[in-house]
Design a protein around this ligand. Structure first.
Ligand SMILES: Cc1ncc(COP(=O)(O)O)c(C=O)c1O
Length: 444
């Protein structure tokens, strides 16, 4: 019997070790496998299927658009493209701005940087980003990302990128004694970096406003202070909302938790923008930036930018989030999920920290010793018991997302409450099975 790995080079894997299940269908938070089993998706695949799988509204919109007009070049007009841009600007309060559509998150971030450099008149101006961030896997994005998995493949300096330490309060790189202080010190580090380089040479700061796929959740003090720091220095702030938008962090866009005080100059979107039914990304730019570039040639765009099928799906996705009240639902279920995970942390010593609490997104960091916070495996490695836990969960019909020592709990926003509770109960049981020494004792 042949396997898909005989023909396909899959992403982010050792080709010879690939043995993932084959999915043939889905419904809500459930995925249907080729062998007939159903799997509960506790990660929205890669934190993108916010609307669950095979959402009927998305399917109908794609079908209808395909019958009318499947494709037109992005240089010409397309009705769903105009409508989606208008809706996004209205929803985010960026009226008067513009939307540049891309194929996904990586090219959204690249184009956001290009637009920021052009609008700021700083040519190849520097971009400040964070260590342990993830902005995509193209060359520019490998430079932008602070990711040890890909950093060696690219010369970030040559791309004009400077990295600063992240607001990772559990292991605060600044030795802070509270999350609040860690957030402030991380924002101050960005300020110091801009000052050291000279603000006139820095075009933008690009960061995840709340949470990212790297598993760091910024303390509340971080983003508003970063906004002040960048504004004071005349540096544009780009929010990478690729993962955190569309209800994932309990808001349409995660920066909105800080109100107007948190508004970036540019934000990048992808993933939940179409509920992942078809590929689409977007760069949303403020009215001020739109005015600055409106009389200049923009040398950017790919063949499929703003594809009508994707834009039609985007419109249907926005309807679904609104009509099914999924942003509010994510906020409510996310708060409960966070509490339940904190209860697990009290029972299992292997849980060093649970972070999140805003929407259906939480990170469970596993440690060898909660007192010293020694990691279970050096980042970004993964210990054998953790791998065994993930495999056992899949055998019992639940797929948990994981990177390094982290479990990323990010189910579709439509997940049934009983399924969510059952998945957390399974996690409780499996933590006890694979990390028995650490369980049931009271933690220090
Ligand atoms: C925060 C963030 N930015 C950018 C990206 C890249 O998006 P894409 O994979 O669509 O290129 C990701 C993907 O995981 C992400 O989580």
């Amino acid at each position: 019997m042949t396997s898909e790995r005989d023909f396909v080079l899959h992403s982010w894997c050792v080709p010879a070790e690939w043995n993932a299940p084959t999915v043939v269908g889905g419904r809500g938070a459930m995925l249907l496998l080729e062998d007939g089993r159903e799997i509960l998706d506790m990660s929205s695949l890669v934190e993108c299927s916010n609307l669950g799988h095979q959402h009927p509204g998305l399917i109908a919109a794609i079908r209808e658009q395909a019958q009318r007009l499947s494709f037109v070049t992005s240089a010409w007009g397309a009705q769903p493209r105009k409508a989606l841009a208008e809706r996004l600007l209205e929803l985010s309060g960026f009226e008067g701005g513009l939307v540049f559509f891309t194929l996904g998150g990586a090219d959204a971030n690249e184009n956001a940087v290009r637009i920021a450099r052009q609008a700021s008149g700083k040519g190849r101006g520097l971009v400040v980003t964070r260590d342990r961030s993830y902005h995509g896997a193209s060359y520019m994005d490998m430079a932008l990302s602070g990711d040890v998995r890909t950093a060696h493949q690219v010369d970030a300096d040559a791309w004009g990128v400077r990295h600063v330490p992240p607001p990772y309060s559990y292991r605060c790189p600044f030795g802070s004694n509270s999350p609040h202080q860690c957030g402030q010190r991380a924002a101050a580090a960005a300020a110091d970096c801009i000052d050291a380089e000279g603000a006139a040479r820095v075009a933008a700061v690009l960061m995840e406003s709340n949470a990212g796929s790297n598993g760091i959740v910024a303390p509340d003090s971080f983003w508003p202070m970063l906004r002040d720091v960048t504004r004071d220095r005349g540096v544009l702030l780009i929010a990478d909302e690729v993962m955190s938008a569309f209800g994932r962090c309990g808001e349409w866009f995660a920066w909105q938790r800080h109100g107007e005080q948190g508004r970036p100059d540019i934000m990048t979107l992808a993933k939940g923008l179409t509920g992942a039914a078809v590929p689409l990304g977007a760069v949303v730019i403020s009215a001020a930036i739109a005015r600055r570039i409106e009389k200049e040639m923009f040398y950017g765009g790919l063949t499929y930018c703003g594809h009508p099928l994707s834009c039609a799906a985007g419109l249907a996705a926005l309807d679904a989030y609104r009509d099914e009240k999924l942003i509010e639902r994510s906020r409510r279920l996310g708060a409960q999920m966070f509490q339940d995970l904190q209860k697990l942390a009290k029972r299992h010593q292997v849980i060093g920290e649970v972070r999140g609490g805003h929407g259906l997104f939480a990170v469970v960091e596993l440690v060898a010793d909660p007192a010293t916070r020694a990691p279970l495996a050096p980042w970004p490695g993964q210990s054998d018991p953790q791998r065994a836990l993930l495999r056992a969960a899949l055998d019992e019909g639940v797929s948990f997302g994981s990177r390094g020592n982290l479990l990323i709990i990010a189910p579709p926003l439509v997940i049934e409450e009983s399924d969510l509770a059952a998945a957390l109960a399974l996690l409780d049981r499996l933590l006890g099975r694979f990390f028995p020494a650490s369980s049931t004792e009271q933690k220090p």
